[in-house]
Write a protein that binds this ligand. Structure first.
Ligand SMILES: [Mg+2]
Length: 269
């Protein structure tokens, strides 16, 4: 944990307009870069499965990864996010870091999370059955999480979705739920999140003790990285409706691209 304070996203300085101040925070070190996927590299879409990164963005991330140690950290399952990125040379943390992979067949699953897998086998058919009457609910099973998407559910029925999911989850102390943008994510109740995944990846990506890092993300789950990771600059993309521990902001994905271009230029100078 560091000593950062929460702020309203509107109070954050722009990462683009304050870029030289931002880079002065790196000191003498080459920062590690951690990137969220949805809403940061790929636009949020109505159908979660349809999200895609443009070839332009993929090319930029590839260039960045050749100049900075870099990893993609996502709530998506590991197989899903690495397939969508299609850059096999990168490190990935999927399911908020419960599963991690990297080049040269590097792979690590969270041991305690594996023990919870049978519960997901049990609750998935149970929830499908209980939510059958509400149209627009979509399930996304990843190895270590079950996401219940309700973006397409009629407004007045959203509460019912929450009620049913909560009622099911509270029967099992081994699992818990987390809220995202129009999604409820059921996951192992283990104290593990994107911030801890980043701390772990830092030890993989750098020989330095406590290397400096940049984390770019748009969602509430990225706050765990902004808040928890030491020696880190948090850059929030857009707004997520709550206060933030980020240090800077960019407005949208187009500004993420501009930020990457600036970082590449800085590195080449
Ligand atoms: Mg996101």
């Amino acid at each position: 944990m560091n000593d950062k304070k929460e702020r309203d996203p509107s109070q954050l300085p722009s990462a683009l307009n304050n870029f030289s101040e931002l880079t002065s925070r790196f000191g003498d070190s080459l920062p590690l870069i951690f990137l969220d996927f949805d809403g940061t590299l790929a636009p949020i879409v109505e159908h979660h499965a349809d999200a895609a990164i443009t070839s332009e963005m993929r090319e930029l991330v590839k260039k960045l990864s050749q100049k900075f140690p870099l990893a993609v950290v996502s709530g998506r399952g590991l197989a899903d996010v690495s397939r969508k990125m299609n850059l096999p040379e990168l490190y990935y943390a999927g399911s908020h870091g419960f599963e991690i992979s990297g080049p040269n067949n590097f792979s690590k699953d969270h041991q305690d999370a594996e023990k919870v897998l049978p519960i997901f086998e049990e609750i998935e058919p149970m929830l499908k059955d209980r939510l059958e009457g509400i149209s627009g609910v979509e399930f996304e099973r990843k190895k270590f999480t079950l996401a219940v998407h309700y973006r397409k559910v009629r407004g007045q029925e959203e509460n019912e979705v929450h009620k049913i999911v909560l009622d099911t989850v509270k029967r099992y102390p081994e699992i818990t739920k987390a809220e995202g943008k129009k999604v409820i994510e059921i996951r192992p109740s283990i104290d593990w999140h994107k911030g801890k995944a980043v701390e772990f990846l830092k030890t993989e990506l750098s020989r330095e003790n406590n290397a400096f890092s940049i984390y770019v993300g748009d969602d509430v789950t990225d706050e765990d990285a902004f808040k928890y990771v030491k020696n880190n600059l948090g850059i929030l993309v857009g707004e997520h409706g709550i206060k933030t521990y980020a240090d800077y902001k960019v407005e949208d994905i187009d500004e993420v691209k501009l930020l990457f271009e600036k970082l590449l230029k800085w590195r080449n100078e």
